[in-house]
Design a protein around this ligand. Sequence first.
Ligand code: HEC
Ligand code: HEC
Length: 366
Amino acid sequence: MLKFPEFALTCGLALLIAAPVEAAGDPEKGAVVFKKCAACHQVGDGAKNRIGPHLNELIGRTAGGLDGFKYSKAMQDAGAGGMVWDTETLDAYLESPRTAVKGTRMAFPGLKDADDRADAIAYLAEYSKQASAPAETKTAAAPAESPAPSTTVETAPGTAANQPIPTHGVLHLGRMATPDEVAAWDIDVRPDGVGLPAGKGTVSQGEVLFTERCASCHGDFGEGAGRWPVLAGGRDTLKNDRPEKTIGSYWPYLSTVYDYVRRAMPYGDARSLNDNEVYAITAYMLYLNDVVTDEAFELSRANFSDVRLPNEANFTDDTRKQEAHYAVPAEPCMRDCKADVTITSRARVLNVTPDGGNDDAATKVD
Ligand code: HEC
Ligand code: HEC
């Protein structure tokens, strides 16, 4: 139990801070609103920092003021500038986090409804009353003695059942991706052209871009500078001991070229090309591989699927399931499957592992 002077202090502070809040919002409705926050924030007994900081003892806390949570620079600066969480600052932050604290890491669009905000703040204020209890004597904190017994007892933190949990998905983890986030990820292009963005670009435009953005690694003509990948040539080498697999000699579909470049190139500066530029560069790579011969050729979404790469026909559907020996499922061998193991060659000897030019060391292994 609390000693009397501490109890008096508890009540006094709690009333002082929380009274105006309670007048405005309904903590029970706030508990429902808080479900939107619970994907990232915990509040109540044993609340921990998750994606966002725990929200116990929030009212009166300096913005960005919890030890042990890594805040954005913006939130730290707001706190250093004197921002303290109270009804007013919370209302502004919850309405539009990024307006109130420009650069905050809280990925939450905001609560547009003023009542929702007031309710959420009233709910959080319930867990802030305990903030005025002596922090060191956590176990002694008796919720029943706080000023609003009826509601406080019901919502008293302490059991997991009181904690709002996310309700989506199977495991109730994380949060739903926003439509914008999904759209930003959903950029794949299919061989039949589905997924291609609008746009166009010519071979000559692509040549300029390729020289600027790609040639330092892939060579002016896609021949590959140093040991960077070769992008052109290599036709009719696929049956050689060391086939040269390039877009022209090996790749089955042009959509892969577009998708790959748009997604991953230039190496180290991915996603820096706009859609027209990727069309132009793709057209130039067709030119480098003799698939088109006219420098004025313009590649666009409209004619994209008409272009065929030379090796397409050599890719066939996987029909192994129809083969006889797959029809009878065999028990896979999991241990001691081969009585006698002899090493017949080494990767270094086969020359697939760079050895720094020290051939002696490589051949001595056997
Ligand atoms: C997607 C995760 C996410 C959601 C949802 C979310 N927050 Fe946050 N919140 C954060 C992160 C991350 C921070 C830290 C922000 C920073 O450092 O800039 C934060 C910071 C805060 C702070 C500042 C705390 C402090 O210690 O300074 C408050 C208050 C807050 N959130 C309240 C809420 C409320 C109330 C809701 C629901 C209406 C909510 N948040 C929804 C992630 C979230
Ligand atoms: C800094 C060097 C560098 C630059 C610049 C660069 N690339 Fe690449 N590129 C690479 C590397 C490294 C790989 C292999 C990446 C891997 O296998 O994960 C690669 C792979 C590729 C491939 C796939 C090759 C294959 O056969 O697998 C294509 C196509 C490609 N780059 C196109 C481009 C285009 C187009 C540009 C210019 C917009 C560009 N690259 C700029 C380094 C670079």
